[in-house]
Design a protein around this ligand. Structure first.
Ligand code: FDA
Length: 514
């Protein structure tokens, strides 16, 4: 409407007034009139559900080169009643970094992605717009025995990933990415740039797992690098129902969280064809592992604790930690390490995902019932991914950072369904399947609250009001699932640092006074 066009104009004028170097900011601003607007918008979108013509689009996208341009954007958005969405890697499962139903501006941090590794102090400064694969690559450039415990997928952005927890195959040895953050720089609601010392321990606590988007714009993180052996061992083994999959998954639940911290074995299940004509189906469990050591130690360890899997030396490959990153991402054909620097995701799909935490092993009869759900038509591309906890995760207290899912959680489940067909119909069918599946899983997973992982964002677990105030009670519906008892402290921090609730979205921490 004309009034929004007006705001839009005023906003752009405000930006140029607040930017010391006007010519440079104008090149970093994209509006729908700009021919590259759509490609800039779609560049890092990971979920095709949010690329539809009907998906709400930003009035403006800004791709800052300087921190002052973010300060200007915060100031002008505030003055003109626009919401801002900050995007680092664009991997948000519900598109919250680039979709909003109220008039909004995207601050896209793709240009702010420098990485400085200090191999003497084993630390690194990483700007939020860097991808985790770029960080891994830069670490490996400096050292064969340093690493960082974060995402399995290298295209995830550091900005969202660290602020929501962040885990990968080093989880049992070193915990989450957020557990290994030791400093950060953030722009607050008043445009001030703060570091750990000037932001104080409360805000520094909140942004390590509580989601950055509620508190400001995180510019960069300082992280502690961790030590890995120069040789690690990986394997991937598939077992169908005809080859004992049910019992293997069942047994895995009792042992995967108790293995030595050096051993991480995750499991996936999905439906596959068991006859060439595709008429017969079965369930396949895949066991995929990273062991921080050589194969000669791994084999006896497996023979003692998980002999049923039948792991042999031939199933295993020894490699460097950085190669294991490629391996876990499916690059197993000798691709160069430089693929980690590639910001474009190889295949982007429509998907919907959910998460759960398991405290007691699911009985065999439970698994047999769950497999039946996977034979339903819509479950053709459905998966459950099980990530073992225990080890270091048990040693870190529930309130150390906002991420609360520690001792007592034996593994995490990610439920996932993806599809390729365009249009409402396909989307409805698959989303409805995963919702039914999620309800069906209720007896087997954590309860009161039914816990969820914030980085696997799921708006089905509860949302704020899109317009107007959201009560504490309403926000705690989703807040307690992601943060359990830490939700209250997050609300306190939010009320202090952003009482007017400027930094908000469908699942942002509410401020008390607002
Ligand atoms: P994106 O840019 O979409 O941001 C996510 C949220 O953080 C948004 O609310 C955004 O506004 C906010 N935000 C981003 N940058 C910010 C900043 N600088 N300051 C303030 N707020 C900011 N997770 C995991 O733990 N382990 C894994 O192995 C994987 N693997 C994986 C694979 C794939 C293909 C996807 C799509 C996702 C994952 N994830 C994951 C989940 C991932 O950790 C999660 O989506 C992160 O939030 C992504 O961070 P991005 O910066 O990419 O997201």
């Amino acid at each position: 409407s004309t009034s929004w066009a007006r705001t839009h104009e005023d906003f752009l004028q405000c930006l140029s007034l607040h930017s010391p170097n006007t010519t440079s900011i104008s090149k970093l601003i994209y509006t729908p009139n700009n021919s590259s607007y759509l490609s800039i918008l779609q560049f890092s979108i990971q979920n095709l559900r949010f690329t539809e013509p009907s998906t709400p689009k930003p009035l403006v996208i800004i791709t800052p080169l300087h921190e002052s341009q973010i300060q200007a954007t915060i100031c002008c958005s505030k003055n003109h009643g626009l919401q801002i969405r900050v995007r680092s890697g664009g991997h948000d499962y519900e598109g919250l970094s680039y979709v909003s139903e109220v008039p909004f501006v995207i601050v896209d941090l793709r240009n702010l992605r420098s990485i400085t590794i200090n191999a003497e102090t084993n630390t690194a400064w990483v700007e939020s717009g860097a991808l985790i694969g770029e960080l891994y690559y830069r670490i490996a450039e400096k050292s064969k025995t340093l690493a960082f415990p974060a995402s399995v997928c290298p295209t995830v952005g550091v900005g969202g990933h660290f602020s929501g927890g962040g885990y990968g195959a080093l989880l049992r040895k070193y915990g989450l990415a957020a557990d290994n953050v030791i400093d950060a720089r953030i722009i607050d609601i008043n445009g001030n740039i703060l570091d750990r010392k000037s932001m104080g321990e409360d805000l520094f606590w909140a942004i390590r797992g509580g989601g950055g988007a509620s508190f400001g714009v995180i510019l960069s993180w300082k992280v502690k690098l961790v030590v890995v052996p120069s040789t690690v061992t990986v394997f991937t083994l598939d077992r169908t129902l005809e080859h004992n999959a049910t019992n293997l998954v069942h047994k895995w639940q009792y042992i995967a969280h108790k293995f030595p911290q050096e051993l991480f074995i995750r499991a996936f299940v999905r439906r596959v064809n068991s006859s060439q004509d595709g008429k017969k189906k079965t369930i396949q469990a895949t066991f995929q592992s990273l062991y921080l050591g050589g194969v000669d130690k791994l084999i006896p360890l497996m023979q003692e604790s998980f002999p049923e899997l039948g792991l042999t030396k031939q199933d295993c490959t020894e490699m460097s930690w950085i190669k294991s990153i490629l391996y876990f991402h499916g690059f197993t054909n000798g691709e160069p390490l430089e693929v980690l620097l590639n910001r474009t995701q190889t295949s982007v799909l429509y998907f919907k995902a959910k998460s759960d935490y398991v405290k007691e092993p699911i009985p065999v009869t439970g698994w047999e019932k769950i497999w039946k759900k996977f034979y339903e038509e819509e479950a053709e591309t459905a998966q459950m991914i099980f990530s073992p906890y225990g080890g270091k995760m048990d040693e870190i207290s529930e309130s150390s950072i906002p991420f609360p899912h520690r001792v007592g959680n034996i593994y995490q489940i990610q439920h996932l369904v993806y599809w390729l067909e365009e249009g409402e119909e396909a989307s409805k069918r698959h989303i409805s399947w995963i919702r039914r599946h999620y309800s069906y899983m209720a007896p087997y997973v954590s309860k009161f609250p039914r816990a969820a992982y914030m980085n696997y964002r799921d708006l089905d677990v509860g949302v704020n009001n899109k317009l107007g105030n959201t009560s504490y009670a309403q926000a705690s519906i989703w807040g307690s699932k992601y943060f359990n008892n830490n939700f209250d402290r997050l609300v306190q921090v939010k009320s202090k640092v952003d009482p007017g609730n400027f930094f908000r979205n469908e699942q942002s921490i509410p401020s008390k006074e607002w």
